[in-house]
Design a protein around this ligand. Sequence first.
Ligand SMILES: O=C1O[C@H](COP(=O)(O)O)[C@@H](O)[C@H](O)[C@H]1O
Length: 264
Amino acid sequence: MTTTPQVVVYHDKEEMAQAAAARLTARIVEAQSARGTASVVLTGGRNGNGLLAALAAPRARDTVDWSRLDLWWGDERFLPDGDPERNVTQAREALLDSVPLDPARVHAMPPSDGAYGGDPAGADSAAAAYAAELAAATGPEDHGPVPAFDVLLLGVGPDTHVASLFPEHPGVRETERTVVAVHGAPKPPPTRISLTLPAIRAAREVWLLAAGRDKAEAAAVALSGAGEIQAPAAGAYGRSRTLWLLDTAAAAHLPRDLSTPPAS
Ligand SMILES: O=C1O[C@H](COP(=O)(O)O)[C@@H](O)[C@H](O)[C@H]1O
């Protein structure tokens, strides 16, 4: 079922990151008190890392029970372990290395120098392995092959890509598998691993983050009824909530009925 996107606009990307971190902290605490644990899918990119850096500030950091949090990734650049361009490396620097997570609950996507071999065939095996890890983490309350993540975060690329699902690329057309290898991505590096739209839509809440003028066209297109093959961000929605968090620059071209004044 498609949920109608809610749009919240903040003055600038710093304010957006702070507000997103506060929202995420609250959502994790709620999920942990309702079910004992929480699960969040992280995104790479500037806005995802900005949110993680905001979460590292004392108020948010000290509110969450990090040991009862499962972290997954929406996509990964298929590069060697520790490569500075890997999303997990950047997340570790921004937040993960400074909070007491349970390492068994940190589900990084495999690197290109790991058990599955390198580029390109290794990426297909690594994607299949991540799909199996997700499937193994599901319980009776999850109605499919991936957990019902509490919050799934997505950065929105200037071309409307989300995770590593690029416009008109094979990955965005996938309807069966939950995780795919992406070969020949238009943004470097060319080999990536990504959740698919069906896996993204298993999340309870999907939050899309976009800040900056270079995201304005993408946000406007995705929120104006574009098709998901041409605009993957348009196909990213959660089962109970889809939330777009923007700054004023990224919201500059939104249709009039979606343009809300900046949150105060
Ligand atoms: O390559 C990627 O890009 C997107 C968007 O990043 P941004 O820097 O333009 O916000 C990101 O969401 C994705 O995780 C990452 O692999």
